[in-house]
Design a protein. Structure first.
Length: 61
């Protein structure tokens, strides 16, 4: 029974890591797209251009 638990733990950890990596990739992509909007539109929707630039450049750790 512990072997089954260990396998589930391994696959759960692997799946969580995959999901986290895809979320970071999506955040970078969305930040890049948002940078295409003008400053007034960004400000009206609560975004800061400098923060978006940081998020668009970030790399995986």
């Amino acid at each position: 029974m512990s072997t089954i638990s260990a396998r589930r733990g391994f696959f759960r950890s692997a799946m969580n890591a995959l999901i986290e990596a895809r979320q970071r990739e999506a955040r970078r992509y969305v930040s890049g797209v948002l940078l295409g909007f003008n400053d007034e539109t960004l400000k009206a929707n609560g975004y800061d251009r400098e923060e978006l630039k940081k998020a668009a450049r970030s790399r995986y750790v």
